[in-house]
Ligand binder design. Structure first.
Ligand code: FUB
Length: 371
């Protein structure tokens, strides 16, 4: 992630223009899309900047919120950002998180509870460093926490930990999930009960190092496809019913433009970068993701959890900060986007999670939000 060296704010003006030109996103509707009651827009005291929503908690830094509704209650599984003094670099070494805290709330706008440490890196036998964006699932009376962390060889793998409580503490399995790779697991259970994991992120997320099928870090920069080559897609696999392993070989997910062709690697306002999320609405599968160095949250739709997915538009314009990462849930008939920015710290690596309501268009798509 040089990923983190470029400030997002200069990109905002250019991207607002770009979005204004896209037929499937309307900056006018987004601008007039008032922040929903529960997530009132805020201004910072110093610069008077306006934000679409306020941080959900302010006493710790949190990012990459994966939200779920379990038994009618909202649980948020975020990264726990900390200050470690690591200098910013292309590999995202400054994102040196060491544990996870789970947040919960009864309803959007309700009190947010921080349930304390749910899993610590020192309790994961195979882990080296950097606990990045997690996700969670519930099946057979057990809660599963899926988390990317570098192993002792500095290769990102995805681990799984279990608990009888949605807020932990979680106990990690002794080894990472076999065949797992890269970062940002997003776990989706379909209406037929089958569960799938989507994963991957380029640059610091190491996805490009798996191009040959095997991990190869010999020249990481050269392994990202050239600008005119097809972009790397996220990876996915169905999980076994025990939720602890993959039930099939890992596959690449195809994301296509409206012209039916896969995006090129140089098309960095559309191609997949990291932070995938899957949800289903009216029988369609919505795969959303971050475009990374262009700081957009975008979405694509398909007819199967395996894709292919066709690009539809921008969910959210760039937030303050370099990274943008989200999840989508339905609660009480409304749709919500959980995301993060750097309102509290103004530092790329010290983020805060937020939530705002999503506006569905009649075709099932979304109006673009301005954070
Ligand atoms: O939090 C570390 C990384 O930053 C996540 O894994 C990415 O999605 C980005 O948000």
């Amino acid at each position: 992630m040089s990923h983190f060296l470029k400030p997002a704010l200069p990109a905002l003006a250019a991207l607002s223009l770009l979005n204004a030109c896209q037929s499937n996103s309307s900056s006018e509707t987004a601008a007039s899309g008032a922040a929903p009651e529960a997530t009132t827009a805020t201004s910072d005291s110093a610069g008077g900047k306006k934000y679409l929503a306020e941080p959900l908690i302010k006493d710790i830094y949190t990012a990459d919120p994966s939200a779920h509704v379990f038994n009618g209650k909202i649980y948020i599984y975020p990264s726990h950002d900390i200050e470690t003094g690591m200098p910013e670099n292309d590999n995202g070494d400054h994102f040196a998180m060491r544990d996870y805290h789970i947040l919960s709330m009864d309803s959007i706008g309700g009190k947010v509870t921080d349930h304390g440490v749910a899993l610590d890196v020192k309790d994961v036998p195979w882990a080296g460093r950097q606990m990045w964006a997690p996700d969670a699932a519930f099946k057979n009376g057990t809660y599963y926490l899926y988390f990317p962390v570098k192993d002792k060889q500095d290769v990102f793998r995805i681990g799984v930990a279990t608990s009888k409580s949605p807020t932990g503490p979680f106990k990690a399995e002794p080894k990472p999930i076999e065949g797992s790779l890269s970062i940002d697991p997003a776990v989706f259970t379909d209406t037929d009960g089958k569960t799938y994991m989507y994963m991957g992120g380029i640059w610091g997320g190491q996805l490009q190092r798996w191009r040959s099928g095997k991990y190869d870090a010999s020249d990481p920069k050269m392994q990202e496809p050239g600008a005119k080559e097809t972009a790397l897609g996220p990876k996915m696999a169905r999980l076994n019913s025990d939720m602890l392993r993959f039930d099939e070989p890992v596959k690449e997910v195809q994301i296509l433009g409206q012209d039916g062709k896969p995006f090129l690697s140089g098309d960095n306002t559309h191609r997949f970068f990291e932070g995938g999320w899957m949800h289903k609405y009216n029988g369609k599968y919505y795969f959303s993701y971050s475009t990374g160095d262009t700081h957009l949250l975008v979405y694509a739709t398909g007819d199967s959890p395996y894709g292919p997915f066709t690009y539809q538009g921008v969910l959210m314009n760039p937030v303050q900060g370099w990274t943008t990462h989200h999840s989508i849930i339905e609660k009480d008939g409304k749709w919500y986007l959980f995301y993060h920015d750097t309102e509290l710290s103004n530092k790329t690596w010290l983020r805060n999670v937020k939530v705002t309501e999503l506006k569905r268009k009649p075709d099932g798509g979304f109006e673009t939000l301005n954070p």
